[in-house]
Design a binder for this molecule. Structure first.
Ligand SMILES: [Zn+2]
Length: 302
């Protein structure tokens, strides 16, 4: 069974799944200090409009929210968005790469105990762990985060989504640390692999046995992403590629007094309306949307 914020489901119930999106990213410090920092109603409204649209237009059934605890994750908010949109939402545990005070002072084993307990006992709908390594590579704090996530993975069996920096290829070093700490490489998806607009970083990762996420997709960069995806398919890695937009549905610091956030209601649907049709036109299989966002996503999450 797979946990969502509205209850556990069978893998067959996932349907088309966007593997890495965000309802909102914000600073937990600002939300804690200034309750007026975010208008919950405005966040919900903006997100529900986008989720309803992709459900009706593109038959998306599940969205994985990639916002971990250190980016202002709010389970109650995710639940409300899911109930009002009808789209199932999977919540993440784990960390972004920003250092936090706790990660300097508290041992990975201690942090992991809390994260594991949440996954197993809270009903918070967590079915994925997040870790992140950016352009600076594995810093002292990132190493603590990676070790923590590795322990939680071993205790729960949950898959791991890794934010990585394709320019500096930092996912390779982080992958070594995770697998060196006992993580099953077939349960890791390395994200943001096509930001460099070439396929070689993704191929190097795929050869090691993990999944990759080709994401950060919007109307302006579809052509570049299509080229990378086509090369990955030609190299024979079609069964371990996932695609997603890495879209943030609502901007940070939306207060009661701020105008309602506008934007393209199809921001989460660009992969179905533009990217994958262009890939099929180039010669990819007709059912590539279901391969990437249904079968591969289910294989990774289940
Ligand atoms: Zn993201």
């Amino acid at each position: 069974m797979i946990n969502t914020v509205t209850g556990a489901i069978a893998p067959e119930q996932l349907g088309r799944t966007l593997i890495h999106e965000h309802i909102i990213c914000s600073s937990p410090d600002f939300q804690y200090a200034f309750p007026q920092w975010l208008s919950r109603e405005k966040v919900v409204e903006a997100a529900v409009a986008k989720l309803r649209y992709i459900a009706e237009k593109h038959n998306v059934r599940t969205l994985v929210d990639g916002t971990p605890i250190s980016l202002g994750r709010d389970i109650g908010l995710l639940k409300e968005v899911s109930e009002r949109s009808g789209v199932q939402i999977i919540a993440s545990s784990g960390f972004y790469f920003y250092p936090c005070f706790t990660a300097y002072c508290v041992a990975p084993q201690t942090m992991a105990r809390f994260l594991t307990d949440e996954v197993k006992n809270s009903g918070n709908g967590i079915s994925i762990l997040k870790c992140a390594v950016d352009s600076e590579g594995v810093t002292r704090v990132v190493k603590n985060y990676l070790e923590t996530v590795a322990i939680v993975h071993k205790e729960t069996g949950l898959p791991i989504f890794m934010h990585s920096h394709s320019g500096n290829r930092t996912g390779l070093e982080a992958l070594e640390i995770l697998t060196g700490n006992g993580v099953d490489i077939s349960k890791i998806a390395v994200g943001h692999v096509a930001d460099c607009n070439t396929a070689d970083y993704a191929i190097e990762l795929l050869k090691k046995g993990c999944y990759v996420s080709v994401d950060r997709i919007w109307s302006g960069n579809v052509a570049e992403r299509v080229e990378v995806l086509y090369e990955l398919l030609a190299a024979g890695f079609g069964d371990r590629i996932m695609v997603s937009c890495d879209h943030i549905c609502c901007p940070d610091n939306i207060m009661e007094s701020t105008p309602a956030p506008g934007g393209n209601v199809n921001s989460l649907g660009v992969i179905y309306s533009e990217l994958l049709p262009a890939l099929v036109k180039k010669g990819a299989p007709q059912d590539i949307a279901d391969q990437f966002t249904l079968r591969n996503a289910a294989g990774f999450l289940a």
